[in-house]
Write a protein that binds this ligand. Structure first.
Ligand code: PLP
Length: 389
């Protein structure tokens, strides 16, 4: 029997290799990119042209991310999310400034802000979450009253709880108090239509691997007016207009923020991933994932001793749970022996684990390539695991 993947991180790689039509992947690109890098002088702009082709594609593909102004190409190994925004934005932080981030954030939407605040004497302030796993909106309102909040950064969808946050409403409130709003869209970008204009946010970021694309490349949206005001974060080739030893002037957007040779191969693969997702369509994706979440939630609720962590009414297809008397890692191992892959651990959300008083959770996440039989297999494997422990 085939292994069943109910773990987003694992299934991404699988989906990429198994689902993407081979013709979508530009197999001739790697040698070409090496050539253009080595022969940059004789093949000027090859990389830029290739990158911009995808930029145009991303801009024009309705439903993936609408009205995209700039997108960021990150070198392998760099976190393509908040680190990039804060690299530039944090230069204007001052002592006493506050950055609001919620308890449910992934570490990559906490630690970079902490480091920036340490450098500037600013302060990260936590927005609490409720028992059900929603951001406490009354507490949020109160925190905004301090008059010191300059930035709010929040996940669109929590990777641990599945909660879909009311970004539009929260961004409006932040703006009314003079703060900017940044969205971590890592978990929403492949599961729902994301329209930055409609959300009314200032920044939005995601890594390509969260939408079946490659690792080491990501996208940053920023409001044009803000990006124009922001100083460059990285420096090097391509981001300049003119260099003299007296003074350097910087390129227009988006090049101002894209120093050095970009990850061209990754960009081409991201284009294939975007085309692939759009062929399926978000309507179909959302309908399928909702059906699976509802079914799995109803089935798992029938098992005594299993507690769901994250019960917000507005949720994506993520099901985190703990089993009375059993460590999530043991549950994960026994499921694995039955051919069902789930994810266990703190999911890079340690503050959230502390909030719920658990060391870890087990988490099944469902995607459009899963079906109700997969849910049945998962539930039956979980029942067996529970009986064994
Ligand atoms: C909500 C959320 N934010 C951020 C990240 C980190 O993404 P990256 O690995 O691209 O830094 C993840 C990854 O799991 C995530 O789920």
């Amino acid at each position: 029997m085939n292994k069943l993947w109910l773990s987003a991180a694992l299934s991404l790689a699988l989906a990429l290799s198994a689902c993407l039509p081979a013709e979508n992947l530009n197999t001739t690109y790697f040698p070409e990119s090496a050539k253009s890098t080595l022969e940059g002088l004789t093949l000027p702009n090859t990389q830029t042209t290739s990158t911009q082709t995808t930029t145009t594609t991303v801009e024009r593909v309705p439903g993936v991310i609408e009205n995209l102004l700039i997108w960021k190409i990150t070198p392998p190994g760099e976190n393509p999310k908040t680190s990039y925004v804060l690299g530039s934005v944090s230069q204007s932080f001052k002592e006493g400034y506050e950055i609001l981030i919620s308890t449910m954030e992934h570490h990559s939407n906490i630690v970079p802000w902490q480091l920036a605040c340490e450098r500037k004497g600013a302060r990260v302030v936590e927005i609490p979450v409720t028992d059900a796993g929603e951001i406490d909106s009354e507490a949020y309102d109160k925190l905004l009253e301090s008059g010191r909040v300059k930035m709010v950064s929040m996940a669109h969808i929590s990777n641990t709880l599945g909660t879909i946050n009311p970004i539009k409403e929260f961004a409006k409130k932040a703006h009314a108090k003079g703060a900017h709003f940044c969205v971590d869209a890592a978990q929403s970008i492949a599961h729902m239509k994301v329209d930055v204009q409609d959300l009314g946010v200032d920044f939005l970021a995601f890594g390509a691997h969260k939408m079946f694309g490659p690792t080491g490349v990501g996208v940053l949206y920023g409001r044009e007016e803000l990006l124009n005001q922001m100083p460059p974060y990285r420096s090097g080739g391509a981001m300049i207009k003119e260099v003299t030893f007296e003074k350097t002037t910087f390129n227009d957007l988006p090049e101002k923020f894209e120093a050095g040779t970009p990850h061209i191969a990754g960009v081409n693969c991201l284009k294939a991933a975007i085309d692939y997702i759009n062929e399926i369509g978000f309507e179909a994706i959302e309908a399928q994932e909702k059906e699976l979440l509802d079914y799995a939630t109803s089935e798992i609720s029938k098992i005594e001793g299993v507690k769901i962590i994250g019960t917000a009414p507005h949720k994506a297809s993520v099901l985190s749970f703990v089993v009375e008397g059993a460590h999530p890692h043991d549950i994960g191992m026994i499921l694995d022996e039955q051919g069902v892959a789930i994810r266990t651990g703190h999911h890079c959300t340690q503050p959230l684990m502390k909030r719920y008083g658990v060391p870890a959770t087990a988490r099944a996440s469902f995607s459009f390539y899963n079906n109700t039989e997969d849910v049945d297999r998962f539930i039956s494997a979980l029942k067996k695991a529970k009986d064994m422990l």
